[in-house]
Ligand binder design. Sequence first.
Ligand SMILES: Cc1ncc(COP(=O)(O)O)c(C=O)c1O
Length: 394
Amino acid sequence: MMRYSEFTQRVAGEGAAAWALHFEAVTAKRAGRDVIVLSIGDPEFNSPPAITEAAIAGLRAGNTHYADILGLPRARKAVAAQHSRLTGQQVGPENVAIVAGAQGGLFSTAMSILGPGDEVVVLEPMYVTYEATVQAGGATLIRVPLAAETGFRLDLVALKAAISPKTRAIFFATPNNPTGAVLNRAELEGIAALAKEHDLWVVADEVYSTIIFDGEHVSICSLPGMAERTVTINSLSKSHAMTGWRAGWIVGPQELIGHVGNLGLTNLYGLPPFIQDAAALALETVVPEVVEMRDAYLRRRDLTLAALGQLPGIICRAPAAGMFMLADVRGTGLSAGDYAWRLFRETGVAVLDATAFGKAAAGHVRISFAIDEATLAEACRRIATFTRGLGKAA
Ligand SMILES: Cc1ncc(COP(=O)(O)O)c(C=O)c1O
């Protein structure tokens, strides 16, 4: 028997069960069945044509060689400029690493700041990959469950209680996936105070920061004393509907970027240059699609709330941001897993059992808005008919 590393165990994350439904739905759709997939956060929009054209032009011009490991100077400069403008934290290209998506940024950060014996405090519900990513760095995940009844708002007392002498970092996403909650300034100040008091890193995943409906996005890096301890992670995946391009970045202290560069030498070896030039263009210019897509997500959110908000047995948690809505389905008498599977089998609509995002989301399903309005409306009709049917059977 050949042996595998202990590392392979650490990256074999949980949450796989919930995805089984998603994969079955995708397979059924490919086979031509009448299936509506609301179980994934991959925008159905095409990437903005001007950005695609820039990548094609780059390919044709022979921009196909190795790029600088930490990113092309133009791309790092564009990220630094945009980050400074949007967050108020003044940074330069030396504070930027171009990585393979926000996920690449989370992984590189975890490998650079964590080690065995360390603990990482994470607000839950949390994005599914965090567990494996934190464990990849050798650290242990400490979950701070947030209550559905509060709209999954920050519980600062619980966060404080989760911090121990072993705590190295706090990871969170604002806006959050799957809850759509946006941390406000006061909440971020609370987190910042704890981070400073206990000398912790803060890893802020901001991939949904352009898709906000209620409230405003605040970056924790901009708060006093936070620049030296904050790693801000972002990408074009959601904001520009560019998930497959893998165009992401890290903004943080220069020393951290140096470590990420060493790591980059051993794996990515630089994002493709034609991708980086197109990504730089996306940040240097006003891309109208960004606002148009945000408006579309808002319409989809409102459409979904209007269709499902009054359904007996379901409590819709209106998201303040992002492309998902959590719905508590416990009132139907079914577990979220059973609800999702029966909904799929009986109507062809695939939603995700949100337990995949941690126990704090138990009893909820996650409905994605990454689909056109007409299809979403049809999915909502099927969900409503199915749910009313459950009530009658009871
Ligand atoms: C909160 C969050 N962070 C990171 C990612 C990964 O994004 P990227 O495509 O930039 O790797 C996602 C994707 O769904 C996400 O929801």
